[in-house]
Design a protein around this ligand. Sequence first.
Ligand SMILES: Nc1nc2c(ncn2[C@@H]2O[C@H](COP(=O)(O)OP(=O)(O)OP(=O)(O)O)[C@@H](O)[C@H]2O)c(=O)[nH]1
Ligand SMILES: [Mg+2]
Length: 311
Amino acid sequence: MTGVPSLPELSDALKQALQNVKLKNAALVAVMGATGSGKSTFINKVSGTDEMVTGSSLESCTDQIQFSSLFKLNGRDVCLIDTPGFDDTNKKDVDILQHIGGYIGAAYENGVKLAGVLYLHRISDNRVSGVTKRNLRVFHKLCGPEAMKNVVVVTTRWDRATEQEGASRISELQTNRGFLGEAVSNGAVIVQHRENTTESARKILSELLAKSDPVPLQIQTELVDEHRDLVDTAAGAELNSELKAQIKQYQEEIRMLREEMRERQLRGDRDIADLREEINEMNKAKKRAETEREKMRVDLEEIKKRADTGK
Ligand SMILES: Nc1nc2c(ncn2[C@@H]2O[C@H](COP(=O)(O)OP(=O)(O)OP(=O)(O)O)[C@@H](O)[C@H]2O)c(=O)[nH]1
Ligand SMILES: [Mg+2]
């Protein structure tokens, strides 16, 4: 599937979903994690539906936020929010953050707190990739330390790892502060979704709901209570600093290419079309990164307005 859809389609769905959640006093739980970690599959298992589209290729599958239909768990109505992961596949991270911020910001503004967050992680990966690290960094900043006690990290794909591999990967995840060490020290727990079954999924969600004492996520208080622009939220600042670093790198590469071009011209080399083309491409990439940074200068009101006008 391709990029993130425009916001208006989401807007009506959001209003409807929030209305249902409020009406039934349902527990609202966000499901996050890198692409392919099994978020949509988990939601389908736990809710007993196949309403979330799941992927089979390496391309990101879920490209928009989606609320599940309400379903019962231990007598309580529950609604799960399926989210796209932050990753490199379609480079729409700012849009994704804007959508997540807009949705859960609007929920909080309407008096609906998240009962918790499930963060899915593939135990089958033999190393923590750059994409996963990036997801974890933004995830930490989205939630903030206070909300970590309502976070359950769900390890998936146990059928693709040996016992020993699984155990040592969990131990690495929870001791490395850059991975999940900090989250765990703030109260997050790591659980094993051993069998990709409804039973296992429902047990994990039940445990989260039993211990949950809803507190807002950091991005919710930043957007709603403190009226910050997206770029000034901790998660936005994380993306912003990455974009800044990228722009700096492009500038440096452009500088080097120009130098090379000058040297070749001095040597009388007239065949420099390839260098011009490279500089051109690099400039375009730099411009794209700058546009992404600009897009984050929006507050929640503006995000919602964009949702109404479709910009
Ligand atoms: N072997 C195995 N496969 C799984 C498990 N959970 C999910 N999958 C498969 O992994 C693939 C990706 O699952 P999705 O549920 O689409 O993953 P996602 O996190 O929603 O991915 P995005 O929407 O791209 O962010 C699908 O083919 C699932 O069938 C698991 O526990 N074991
Ligand atoms: Mg998905």
